[in-house]
Design a protein around this ligand. Structure first.
Ligand code: F3S
Length: 64
C-alpha cells in the first residue's frame, strides 16, 4: 500500500502525524514532507487512519 501525498493541499493540521508520527513525517513548519509514502506490511490500518484524518484530503490511499 502507498500513500499519495498531495503537498499543495497540506495546511499543516498534523492530524496524520498524530496518528502515526513514524509514517507521516512533517517538516519544521508542520507540513507533510514531499514524496509518496510506501506503507510497510502490518501498518496499513494505522496509515489509512492517519490518511483519512486529514481534513484537507491531502493524503490519498493507493492500495495497488
Ligand atoms: Fe497536512 Fe493533512 Fe497532515 S493538512 S500535516 S497532511 S493532516
Amino acid at each position: 500500500m502507498r500513500i499519495i501525498v498531495q503537498n499543495a493541499k497540506c495546511q499543516g493540521h498534523a492530524r496524520c502525524a498524530a496518528h502515526a508520527p513514524h509514517i507521516f513525517k512533517l517538516d519544521d513548519a508542520g507540513y507533510i514532507l514531499a514524496g509518496n509514502i510506501e506503507v510497510a506490511e502490518g501498518e496499513e490500518l494505522t496509515a489509512s487512519r492517519g490518511a483519512r484524518s486529514c481534513p484537507e484530503r491531502a493524503l490519498k490511499l493507493d492500495r495497488e
